[in-house]
Design a protein around this ligand. Structure first.
Ligand code: ZN
Length: 71
């Protein structure tokens, strides 16, 4: 049996920030999406199995999808 093992960064969450934030990437002023993400080891690129990083909090620009780490 041959396993293909990789890593995948998975994010979840769709809360909006309370404040308007200006994106330093595209200049948009908007409410960003708050997301939490973790890196997992995956089998066959799809099944997240073992988390290999702590939780990371980030916010995502709704316009250009750039993510900024908040911690
Ligand atoms: Zn942006």
């Amino acid at each position: 049996m041959f396993f293909i093992i990789g890593t995948k960064f998975i994010t979840w969450g769709s809360n909006k920030t309370n404040e308007m934030i200006r994106c330093s990437q595209c200049g948009t002023l908007a409410q960003f999406t708050e997301k939490t993400g973790m890196r997992f080891i995956t089998l066959f690129f799809v099944v997240p199995t073992i988390p290999i990083s702590g939780k990371k909090k980030m916010i995502e620009c709704p316009n250009c999808k750039t993510r900024f780490q908040t911690e």
